[in-house]
Ligand binder design. Structure first.
Ligand code: PBG
Length: 327
């Protein structure tokens, strides 16, 4: 065959493939999401095999292990006991709560670890919603006031970054102003800019017992059918002072990641959520997929779509896999 142009030449050897590879995962781009509770024992989660809900002590040890593997950022998700949940979610504001205590402990033992907190009311709210509820309606502006106080409390405890995951309108600007108003100008905002009303959060809500008691989250989380709306949300959060913009979930929303990437110069993050983790884990455990190559391929796709930063329960495994492949 007379064929001067043969793309396979660039795929002929590992050396050439390495030269032309456009996307590389590296451990510094990962944020490790961790579950915790105020209980003396570490609880392996049956609904999320390989993931543990840590005791305060266990979490410190896990953070140290993760740091030792090269992970540099962690995001905290607390399980709040039922008797601490109220309609006004007041436990979210307690400076002696599990989250602020954990932030202080982490910053003391691992000062270089970037500690990120989730800003939303669902673990604390007896209604199980991210915002305050009145007569079945999620209140926007009243919720934003509480979120500002929650973010401030996390900053006071030493959080490096706060991550509002609630999807209320206007919360990024209000949180920025609240932080700046008392001098926390260095505390960053990682905004869940485009968070979809996804069925893939199911295992997470099981891990924290945080599912909504009534209704769903569709009046604040986005319709999975919409992509332009994600760009609109992202640009609003950028204008309000977000430091990074997140898309969530990740794998089924690669077009959204790419669209937001094209619309902003801010770093873009993507969250491979609990259901995405579980699909891969379940297939791997039943012997149907090779876990390492399937997971790295999915994560590479997320990075290739435009995510600079990736949140994944697989972060420690990725650290191990990447360390092996470079040795
Ligand atoms: C709640 C929150 C959720 C997740 C992160 N923060 C669940 C929800 O919105 O119901 C989901 C993460 C996951 O599924 O891994 N503010």
């Amino acid at each position: 065959m007379e064929l001067p142009i043969r793309p396979r030449r660039n795929r002929r050897t590992a050396a050439v493939r390495g030269l032309v590879r456009q996307t590389r995962l590296h451990i510094e781009q990962f944020i490790y999401p961790v579950f915790m509770h105020d209980d003396a024992t570490d609880q392996p989660l049956a609904s999320l095999p390989g993931v543990t809900r840590w005791s305060p002590q266990g979490l410190l040890a896990e953070a140290e292990r993760a740091f030792g593997m090269g992970l540099r950022a962690i995001v905290l998700f607390p399980k709040v006991p039922q008797d601490r949940k109220t309609p006004d979610a007041r436990e979210a504001l307690s400076p002696e709560g599990l989250v602020p205590r954990t932030i202080r402990a982490l910053k003391k033992h691992l000062p270089e670890l970037c500690v990120i907190t989730d800003v939303a009311l669902d673990p604390y709210n007896s209604d199980g919603h991210d915002g305050l509820v009145r007569n079945g309606v999620i209140l926007n502006d009243e919720t934003v006031d509480v979120l500002c106080q929650q973010a401030l409390m996390h900053a006071q405890a030493g959080a490096d970054m706060v991550a509002p995951s609630d999807m209320m309108d206007g919360r990024v600007g209000q949180i920025r102003a609240a932080l700046d108003g008392v001098g926390f100008t260095d505390v960053g905002i990682l905004s869940y800019a485009a968070k979809y009303a996804s069925a893939l959060y199911g295992p997470f809500r099981g891990a924290l017992d945080s599912a909504p008691k009534a209704g769903d989250k569709k009046t604040y989380q986005m319709d999975p059918a919409n992509a332009r709306e994600a760009v609109r949300e992202a640009l609003l959060d950028q204008a309000q002072g977000a430091d990074m913009l997140m898309i969530k979930p990740a794998g089924a929303y690669l077009d959204v990641i790419a669209a937001v990437r094209a619309a902003t110069t801010l770093p873009v993050a993507a969250y491979q959520v609990s259901g995405e983790y579980l699909m891969l884990k379940a297939a791997a455990q039943s012997g149907w997929l090779d876990e390492q190559s399937a997971v790295l391929e999915c994560l590479t796709g997320i990075a290739r779509a435009g995510a600079d930063v990736i949140l994944s329960y697989y972060a420690p495994a990725v650290a191990t896999w990447l360390a092996k492949s470079s040795s």
